[in-house]
Design a protein around this ligand. Structure first.
Ligand SMILES: [Zn+2]
Length: 484
């Protein structure tokens, strides 16, 4: 059995393996995580990784014209590939009386229709290429709390890792340098009350810290652990890094790190300030998505560059017309590197605008963009001092495909409302699964109720908050919870 097959088997039977893992003693859990790290490492650091990385690093020195030529060539290849290998794009092109040769450059892209998230949901199999039986399927909940299945082949996985790694190389990070990770892996049993709240992946020199155990009660354990590992690379979801930073600053400390890498959520100005102050280093933010169609990465000058060799970005208005610089619109992506499930002109739901400025002091010619997105959210807080960021709660929605939207409203200190805008599928069954997971996480600290609504609650200028915490924020006019 090769590593891709092991990884596929593991993901397909995750709940079974998770049960075994959580029953194991800690030393065995560390061994299991290291073994998983070995599999991932074998998948990631193939010859193709080093070849791709060497090639894309040269793009840092391309002129704007050379980058555009590269995009045109990659686009032609993508269209030919999608036409030949997917049922979906063969039908789309044929229905429009077009052939692959009709899409020659970026200006021809608008001959093709916009692809919505809902269309991807309904056409997953038709969008997948027909020749890869070893594909790995994952789920994303996006920014609206509605699940979507996405698949990759092993080359997609390697190339994606190379693109993520290129940004780390801007900060002088070498492959397999020690890193501390604050993502959503459930590596510590929820019932565990005492440290260690971390596990070791020795193969990748990575220490995974549980984001589910971070609270007022445990914060000092985390701070002591970070102090022991100062100077390492710290990576995590933006909201979790911000919570950690707050705890550190409260105690008047700074824990210097080599660099901080944030992703998975927008990093607000306030949170950025806290994180940079608490960890005394440059923060490199990355905007990506599970669909692997686009990438916006921050350089050492703090500017956000669109990685045009990873995906083509269009920013369009309500009438699908291109937006001028400084005008906010919808982000529409065409992924150039994700070939198991090609997505062309995919409107992901996030918004942004081209920056007025067209040049960055770092010297790279990838265009500059400002994301005005995305996940506007509070945190959930329990009366006993636990704090749950949107990314913690989000984990439970990845496989819930029947919700169009799902929001969480903490209306009182001890009460939570799950507000669901239903879509197609087993809404009742998936709601029960979600309630079970939440109950397991919160351990009775909050009373949970559900309500069904026609549309999500909107806050401010068209933002749909994932969590609304009225108990914490004392907002003057909390919106009506259910507008059925
Ligand atoms: Zn730059």
């Amino acid at each position: 059995m090769n590593c891709a097959a092991i990884e596929k088997n593991l993901r397909a039977n995750l709940s079974f393996y998770a049960k075994l893992y959580h029953k194991a003693p800690i030393f065995l859990q560390n061994a299991i995580i290291t073994a998983r790290g070995w599999v991932l490492s074998r998948l990631r650091y193939q010859k193709l990784f080093w070849k791709t990385l060497a090639e894309i690093k040269t793009h840092d020195f391309y002129s704007a014209k050379e980058l555009r030529q590269y995009q045109n060539t990659m686009l032609q290849d993508l269209i030919r590939f999608a036409y030949a290998q997917t049922v979906y794009y063969r039908e789309v092109l044929e229905n429009l009386n077009l052939g692959p040769h009709d899409i020659r450059d970026l200006d021809d892209l608008n001959k093709l229709p916009i692809l919505t998230r809902d269309q991807v949901k309904r056409n997953t199999q038709k969008l997948q290429t027909q020749n890869d039986k070893r594909r790995i399927t994952v789920h994303t909940s996006g920014s609206c709390g509605s699940g979507l299945a996405v698949s990759y082949n092993s080359a997609d996985l390697v190339k994606n890792w190379a693109f993520l790694y290129r940004q780390l190389s801007w900060a002088g990070v070498q492959p397999r340098e020690w890193r501390l990770t604050l993502y959503g892996s459930k590596i510590v049993p929820e019932s565990q009350q005492e440290p260690p709240f971390w596990r070791y992946n020795l193969c990748e020199r990575q220490i995974l810290l549980s984001i589910f155990h971070l609270s007022e009660k445990t914060k000092n354990h985390y701070i002591r652990f970070l102090l022991l590992h100062r100077g390492a690379i710290l990576e995590g979801f933006a909201s979790i890094l911000a919570i950690m930073a707050e705890y550190i600053l409260e105690q008047g400390l700074t824990i210097p790190m080599k660099m901080v890498y944030s992703t998975g959520e927008p990093m607000t100005k306030t949170n950025r300030k806290k994180v940079q102050e608490a960890f005394g280093c440059t923060l490199y933010d990355c905007y990506g998505m599970t669909e692997w169609v686009g990438l916006i990465q921050e350089c050492e000058r703090g500017e956000k560059h669109v990685m045009v060799d990873y995906g083509i970005l269009e920013i369009i208005d309500d009438e699908n017309k291109p937006c001028a610089r400084g005008q906010e619109g919808y982000l529409v992506w065409t992924g150039l590197q994700h070939l198991d499930m090609p997505l062309i002109r995919y409107r992901i739901g996030d918004k942004g605008m081209w920056c007025a400025k067209d040049h960055c002091e770092c010297g790279r010619n990838y265009p500059l963009v400002h994301t005005t997105i995305t996940r506007d959210s509070d945190n959930i807080k329990t009366p006993d001092g636990r704090i749950y960021s949107p990314r913690v709660i989000n984990q439970f929605l990845k496989n819930k495909q029947s919700f169009n939207y799902c929001q969480f409203i903490q209306d009182r200190a001890d009460s939570l409302i799950v507000r669901i805008v239903p879509g197609i599928g087993d809404v009742q069954g998936e709601t029960q699964m979600l309630l079970h997971d939440l109950d397991h996480l919160l351990q009775g600290a909050l009373t949970i109720r559900t309500c069904v609504a026609e549309r999500p609650i909107m806050r401010g200028e068209g933002k749909y908050p994932f969590i609304l915490n009225h108990a914490d924020n004392h907002r003057p006019n909390p919106p009506k919870v259910c507008q059925v």
